[in-house]
Design a protein around this ligand. Structure first.
Ligand SMILES: [Zn+2]
Length: 297
């Protein structure tokens, strides 16, 4: 859904210029509400500084994990390349999700051993044995012995090389990563307000918000964002943005995957419209705008 923008000026730097299509909720999270209202420079700065890290946010990762069955294509895109860990007999095994499956990462363990993925095991053992002076015949015999070894059974391959075939599954997302920048929700709220109010968004009371969004620093006193996760119901394939006036503020509620919510407080600009909610169903790609005042009985 594209909301028209009638001004020649960029909604963020306020300068006239070539305006580009901006996704109100980042495209990386499946957002399809767009407006052609940011200059190229603001669009790419916002993307690089604020939106790029969103998919690494622990809550976003958990949401994507929970929605793999319902929206596999988007969930896999969010999870692609991200790190996971499994607690196995061998120690802590790291993996990355690639093309929907886990690719184990070779890693050194505290006891001096190394974990290598199964498909690389033969090559690694061959290199170790050869380094210890084993000849080709000896290596072939050792590798044959290794291939017959059962899981969790140590095998001595000679020359001081020991190997244990292990199984590692039950990978869990590694969640000790940073939360996404609060300004992501601020940007969603500001852009939604801009598309609803048009040029009224240029009111100087919103200058500090624009400055915060264009700044290279994450923190600012200019805005207030409250973040949480819903304890009523889990993740759903829905993004929702709704707006309500609560003088002296306007409050924009941003819900990502219905579960992660942000309440963004913005100064009121002169406008008068009903309470609106935008809903994007990520499973069906349906979008709709609901007038909450009209919908009320
Ligand atoms: Zn701009």
């Amino acid at each position: 859904m594209e909301i028209p923008w009638d001004s020649d000026r960029c909604g963020l730097c306020v300068l006239e210029g070539d305006l580009t299509l901006e996704h109100v909720i980042p495209e990386a999270l499946g957002g399809i509400l767009v407006g052609r209202f940011l200059c190229r420079c603001c669009n790419s700065t916002l993307g690089a500084q604020i939106e790029a890290s969103a998919r690494f946010d622990p809550s976003i990762r958990l949401a994507a994990e929970g929605l793999l069955d319902q929206i596999p294509s988007l969930a896999n895109r969010i999870l692609q390349g991200q790190e996971y860990v499994a607690e196995a007999e061998a120690g802590q095994v790291r993996a990355r999700r690639l093309e929907g499956r886990f690719a184990i990462q070779g890693s050194a363990q505290p006891d001096g051993s190394v974990v290598v993925p199964s498909e690389e095991a033969e090559g690694a053992l061959r290199r170790m044995l050869s380094r210890e002076g084993a000849c080709e015949g000896e290596i072939v015999v050792a590798l044959a012995r290794f291939s017959e070894t059962r899981v969790d059974e140590p095998v001595d391959l000679g020359r001081g090389v020991q190997a244990i075939p292990r199984r590692a599954d039950d990978f869990q997302p590694r969640l000790a990563t940073d939360l996404m920048d609060d300004r992501l929700a601020l940007a969603v709220a500001y852009e939604f307000l801009a598309l609803l109010t048009g040029e009224q968004i240029f009111d100087e009371c919103l200058d500090p918000i624009r400055a915060a969004l264009r700044s290279t620093e994450g923190q600012s006193d200019a805005f207030r964002v409250v973040r949480g996760r819903s304890n009523r119901g889990g993740v759903e394939p829905l993004h929702i943005i709704s707006i309500r006036q609560a003088l002296p503020s306007v409050i924009v509620d941003v819900r990502l995957f219905r579960w992660i919510w942000y309440e963004v407080h913005l100064p009121v600009v002169a406008f008068g419209y009903n309470r609106l909610a935008y809903v994007h169903n990520l499973a069906t790609d349906e979008e709709r705008v609901v007038d909450l005042d009209e919908a009320a009985p």
